[in-house]
Design a binder for this molecule. Structure first.
Ligand SMILES: C[S@@+](CC[C@H](N)C(=O)[O-])C[C@H]1O[C@@H](n2cnc3c(N)ncnc32)[C@H](O)[C@@H]1O
Length: 354
């Protein structure tokens, strides 16, 4: 957040009308905002630190001002120069009702956007899948030095593993091998069947070099999960499913949910005809890195995923796990973009609604 995170002063860089508008937003003065907009003040203004009318409105603590500014066209996910959202300003002022209003606005906007963007899309991570990757100490990186997987996630992966395989003898599916951290943890929990789907040729080679094809109960499905749905279905049903790919978007996760959770398993009876996630008793989870660099974005996506899984008949709970120590520049040295910058990880627990 900028030094002057209280938003108490607008800067000198905007026109007098715009400066007044930002001030009116900060004061939560809706009548003045309307009158300034009628006088041709533009809602698309910022102060010198990039704060939009939405940042100022959020700092004011007035829900109605936030609504007015959103209705005037400022996007819910605007960032200032320091990379702070309006949600950060709301939280700094302890304005939880404003924060919730921003989350609601984000959910509405993103749901509309996903409808607009639905339909056939190109392979999202084609470049990643066709370029070499490198296992380098505590990390797996791609050709652009993006962190595909990093060791700091181990405690999270262990929790995900315990969740989807709480006792020996379970049938589990993991999509995305990466560094194999969750698969190691799953092996320790002795599943009866352990299916791993992996699309990157170098990761696949690495898996074979480490003997994963010979580990107890393990079946490797090499290819993109999108292209291997039939095979995955035939290997089901599963008591536990975990999803953690790389270079894909929220739409891909949503597509996975629709494909995996609403398709019947193709295994022979008695399981045939049942969903791929065993019903009842099956547990699904995924790496919840959604919007992991901004709390507001993350909260919006947690709500959206809960709504969408709800439509498929699942309840979603989140177990909070403290991730303070990850907000450390040293940890991310050499990585192009830190993908997790939040103090709390929300581990999803998704189960069939009874
Ligand atoms: C973040 S890593 C998984 C890390 C893993 N959870 C662990 O514990 O080490 C993501 C993995 O998903 C793989 N992947 C990416 N897109 C995929 C797809 N469409 N289908 C299957 N695997 C995919 C990547 O190659 C990568 O190995």
């Amino acid at each position: 957040m900028t030094e002057d995170s209280s938003c108490s002063n607008s800067s000198k860089s905007e026109t007098p009308l715009e400066a007044e508008l930002l001030n009116a937003c900060f004061k939560g003065d809706n009548d003045r905002i309307k009158s300034l907009l009628r006088q041709d003040a533009t809602i698309w203004c910022t102060d010198e630190t990039g704060r939009t009318p939405l940042h100022f409105a959020a700092a004011s603590g007035s829900v109605s001002t936030v609504r007015a500014v959103l209705e005037a066209g400022i996007p819910w996910n605007s960032l200032d120069v320091g990379g702070y959202t309006a949600g950060d300003y709301a939280e700094q002022g302890d304005h939880s009702d404003v924060y919730n209003e921003l989350v609601d606005a984000g959910v509405r906007a993103e749901m509309v956007l996903s409808l607009v963007n639905s339909g056939k899309r190109a392979v999202p991570n084609e470049d990643y899948l066709s370029n070499p990757i490198e296992y380098s100490g505590d990390r797996l990186i791609d050709a652009q030095r993006n962190g595909v997987m990093m060791e700091w996630e181990e405690p999270l992966m262990r929790e995900h593993a315990k969740l989807i395989c709480p006792e020996p003898g379970r049938a589990v599916l993991n999509v995305g091998f990466g560094m194999g951290i969750i698969d190691e943890a799953l092996q320790e929990l002795k599943p009866r069947r352990h299916v791993i789907v992996e699309a990157h040729p170098d990761v696949h080679k690495h898996m074979l070099s480490q003997g994963w094809d010979k580990k107890p109960g393990v079946t490797i499905v090499f290819g993109r999960w999108q292209d291997k749905l039939d095979e995955i279905c035939r290997l089901g049903p599963f008591d536990g499913i975990f999803f953690d790919t790389f270079g894909e978007f929220y739409q891909d996760l949503a597509e996975f949910h629709r494909a995996i959770l609403s398709t019947p398993s193709k295994s022979p009876s008695p399981a045939g005809g049942e969903p791929i996630l065993a019903r009842p008793g099956g547990v699904y989870s995924f790496f919840n890195g959604l919007g992991g660099d901004h709390k507001l974005f993350h909260d919006v996506y947690c709500r959206i995923v809960t709504l969408e899984l709800g439509r498929l008949g699942l309840d979603v709970d989140y177990t909070p796990i403290v991730t303070d120590s990850v907000i450390n520049p040293e940890l991310w040295k050499g990585i192009k973009r830190p993908y997790w910058m939040l103090k709390q990880y929300n581990l999803p627990i998704c189960t069939w609604r009874t």
